[in-house]
Design a protein around this ligand. Sequence first.
Ligand SMILES: [Zn+2]
Length: 233
Amino acid sequence: MKITYIHHSSFLVEGSDFYLLFDYFQGKLPKLSEQKTLYVFASHRHGDHFSKVIFELEKVHPNISYILSSDIKPKQVPAESLPRTTFLGKNMVDKIGDIVVETYHSTDEGVAFLVSAGGKNIYHAGDLNDWTWIGEPDDWNAKMRRVYRKIVDGLKDKKIDAAFLPLDGRQEGEFYQGMDYFLRTVADVKAVFPMHFWEDYTVIRQIKEMKESESYRSKIYDIAYEGQEFLIV
Ligand SMILES: [Zn+2]
């Protein structure tokens, strides 16, 4: 399975007969094979995760299906794209074409996706993260952490071949908490791709150098530029 880093939280996952494109709003996409079905996901409506540009893709790639979080409303979807669109709220399971999509609640807007495709399980967090911030009231941060951890606990027995997880340097000293808890809790994760780092690739090096990451740092892929490709087995 080939994974291409596109931009911010957007990745393209390529299997033998499908593509999964997550949270695309800008960036260069590789040329796609017309034979393969393109499944386009948007985890929530924010501009760094969803853009109407995704509906342009069907002009060059008609074999397409959209899976959108239900905080994106049908009126945001062109009429001609609606028949190819599935809206999913939290805690749903749906078979769409040849793939199965499960959704989880987010600590931000929308959902996180767990996708079963081509015999692999792919997790895309969207903005599900431990969004604790230095300077926020302690009780606000404590509630955030509690809610995040409860959702992640619901994933702990899943086998995940590739996980896309936020790692956001704007959180300063708290930046690693969401990824750290996820990887300590969900033991069977093979490959981890940081995202939502606002082009500050140094956060990847930072978490890997922390003593807290010792048990899982070897799973984290070093993304260095947009368009970079990774093969996972
Ligand atoms: Zn975001």
